[in-house]
Design a protein around this ligand. Structure first.
Ligand SMILES: CC(C)(COP(=O)(O)OP(=O)(O)OC[C@H]1O[C@@H](n2cnc3c(N)ncnc32)[C@H](O)[C@@H]1OP(=O)(O)O)[C@@H](O)C(=O)NCCC(=O)NCCS
Length: 158
């Protein structure tokens, strides 16, 4: 029998700026999502900077976040995660959509990121949105895993 997913319209999810009061929830999701989680102080510095730090909220509860840097030319995703129990509901995609809107308004040419070679779930998530691999940084991550570089050209993408 196929397990039914709880009904979740992404309309119930609000994407807005993170604030430092979210740090405990952020680090919980982070530790649950990555083998090399960022320490809380990195998130704090990011939130207090002028860079992009957005959270996805359901009824004021933080369920995911997206952090990115930006220049005139490019937006670079430095961190994205959705809490385990909220994945596969379109929340990651919703945050990405907001990022595309941001980049289009800012006339940036592309969105870039790097991802662990073994992170197949994230790789297919990006590929389905039109990201193409542009390179490899061998042994980039602590422990020696390769980083794959991906890029989305904004012209013509959704
Ligand atoms: C990558 C990540 C952020 C995606 O977040 P998410 O909220 O699960 O993403 P979405 O729900 O938008 O899309 C994920 C999948 O669910 C599917 N999906 C979306 N809405 C759905 C729905 N209502 N019902 C069923 N499936 C759905 C999508 O088609 C997508 O399929 P795919 O993974 O095969 O491409 C999440 O998996 C995560 O936090 N991973 C751990 C951290 C990580 O690796 N981050 C990336 C570092 S580079």
């Amino acid at each position: 029998m196929i397990k039914e997913k709880p009904e979740l319209a992404t309309g119930q999810v609000i994407v807005r700026n993170l604030f430092t009061g979210n740090l405990t929830e952020i680090t919980e999701i982070e530790r649950d999502s990555f083998i090399d989680p960022w320490p809380e102080k990195w998130f704090e510095a990011f939130i207090l900077s002028d860079e992009i730090s957005w959270g996805a909220y359901i009824n004021r509860t933080l369920v995911g976040y997206l952090l990115a840097t930006h220049t005139r030319e490019n937006v670079h995703i430095v961190n994205i995660a959705v809490g385990h129990e909220h994945r596969h509901n379109g929340i990651g995609r919703l945050m990405m959509k907001r990022l595309y809107e941001f980049a289009r308004r800012g006339l940036q040419r592309c969105i870039t990121l790097e991802v662990r070679r073994s992170n197949q779930q994230a790789i297919s998530f990006y590929q389905r949105q039109g990201f193409k691999q542009t390179g490899v940084n061998e042994g980039y991550y602590p422990g020696g895993e390769d980083a794959l570089y991906f890029e989305l050209e904004l012209r013509g993408s959704e």
